[in-house]
Design a protein around this ligand. Structure first.
Ligand SMILES: Cc1cc2nc3c(=O)[nH]c(=O)nc-3n(C[C@H](O)[C@H](O)[C@H](O)COP(=O)(O)OP(=O)(O)OC[C@H]3O[C@@H](n4cnc5c(N)ncnc54)[C@H](O)[C@@H]3O)c2cc1C
Length: 379
């Protein structure tokens, strides 16, 4: 951290030393702007340090504009055209940071997310960025000469440009505030209503009774917040993506990558559809027919119901054990036993596995959300 004198000339004040603020400060410094980076935290990049379970999933090789949930899809197109995953990878290589691809193009640090923060701090120093931490920002105004005036606990700073990178509302314990939205409103910018996203879902009371004692169990599923399958002429017309990854039962509801992804498309009162048996492919999974699966993995025929050795509950349990953890399989059978062993009965049993529908009571909120959906209108 370097100290900043309120009287020394500044071209750009960057508010917030998170991932966005650090990268922006580096870029402005490289363009020979005199940059001051401010944050009320005692350490830059705190959220980066907890990201990706402490190893920071710093980019995805398959990043496309379509992967971004936005009211203005063009914003992601132009932003990604100007800065690609390959650009960030070049920086990673330059700093000799070891990394690996986990699944689906996700790149993680081999050692720790500290490598990323150290890299960004080093680049800031190289670009002569002055950083002032432990500094609370109270207001941003503009004077008659179109200069910005930034009031902080460390004094008043003036500049010709201000970048607001104070982030969203997720994880207030890590320093998140609504300052960015207040500044945006002050300058007349539209705010799209915010909501927690990439967030665990909370069961309604009935599902809590049925499932929460199994917290810690996980299974590979396909999850989507899409409306229930209908006989509409074009069922894809209003589909949302389906995510084939792990589901995790928690002591309050559901989490895991598949649920976190689907949660970003979820609105209160809406159901979540879960295919609990994507590898079981006797009947075509209904979910796959309403929404494109965002995964390179494809369903494979694993254990057709027709191959059941005995037409009894033990046989159904043997089958379920192949696709679900033992206690989850037992619970499913208790809650949804096959109606009978006629062909339609078997089909109904399997279809139910492909179309588990829950209506969550809510989300775990900003305290647990990885990101905030909505916010400053990019249009
Ligand atoms: C548990 C978890 C895991 C995640 N994993 C990943 C992952 O693996 N990969 C990935 O890409 N993303 C991940 N994310 C999301 C990612 O961390 C965030 O999207 C990203 O860090 C946001 O960066 P930002 O700079 O926009 O905001 P922030 O990192 O929130 O930075 C904003 C900064 O502004 C400061 N600030 C706010 N208000 C004020 C104020 N009033 N005065 C002064 N300073 C202020 C804050 O202290 C903060 O330092 C994860 C998030 C969480 C919570």
């Amino acid at each position: 951290m370097t100290s900043a004198n309120p009287n020394s000339p500044i071209d750009v004040i960057v508010l917030g030393a998170g991932a966005a603020g650090l990268l922006c400060a580096i870029e402005a410094g490289r363009r020979n702007r005199r940059v001051l980076l401010l944050d009320h935290a005692e350490k830059a990049g705190k959220k980066i340090l907890i990201s990706g379970g402490g190893r920071c999933n710093f980019t995805n090789l398959h990043t496309r504009p379509e992967n971004f949930l936005s009211a203005n899809p063009h914003f992601a197109k132009s932003a990604l055209a100007r800065y690609t995953p390959a650009d960030f990878l070049a920086l990673i290589h330059q700093h000799n940071i070891p990394f690996h691809e986990k699944t689906l193009g996700q790149l993680f640090c081999d050692r720790s997310a500290h490598d990323i923060v150290t890299m960004l701090e080093h680049e800031c120093a190289q670009a002569n960025v002055r950083t002032l931490l432990g500094t609370t920002i109270t207001s941003v105004t503009k004077d008659e000469a179109a200069h910005f005036r930034v009031e902080t606990s460390a004094g008043t700073f003036h500049s010709t440009s201000v970048v607001v990178a104070t982030g969203g509302l997720s994880i207030p314990k890590m320093g998140a505030t609504g300052l960015g939205y207040e500044i945006a409103r002050h300058f007349g910018l539209n705010i799209i209503p915010t909501r927690p996203a990439l967030v665990p879902l909370v069961f309604n009371p009935e599902d809590t009774n049925d499932w929460c004692d199994l917290s810690g169990l996980s299974a590979e599923v396909i999850a989507t917040a899409a409306p229930a399958p209908t006989k509409a002429r074009n069922p894809r017309a209003n589909s949302t993506p389906a995510f084939r990854e792990k589901l995790l039962i928690t002591h309050r509801g559901l989490s895991g990558p598949a649920i976190l992804q689907a949660s970003s498309y979820w609105h209160p009162g809406q159901p979540i559809h879960i295919d609990l048996a994507p590898t079981l492919n006797v009947m075509k999974p209904m979910l796959a027919s309403v929404a494109p699966v965002q995964s390179s993995a494809r369903a494979q025929v694993f254990a057709p119901v027709r191959a059941l050795p005995r037409r009894d509950l033990n046989a159904a349990y043997d089958l379920l054990r192949i696709i679900l953890p033992a206690r989850m399989a037992e619970r499913w059978l208790t809650l949804h036993p096959p109606p009978d062993w006629t062909n339609p009965g078997i089909a109904a049993f399997e279809q139910r596995l492909h179309t588990w529908t829950i209506t969550p009571a809510g989300t775990e909120g900003y305290a647990k959300a990885e990101v905030t959906a909505g916010g400053v209108d990019t249009a």
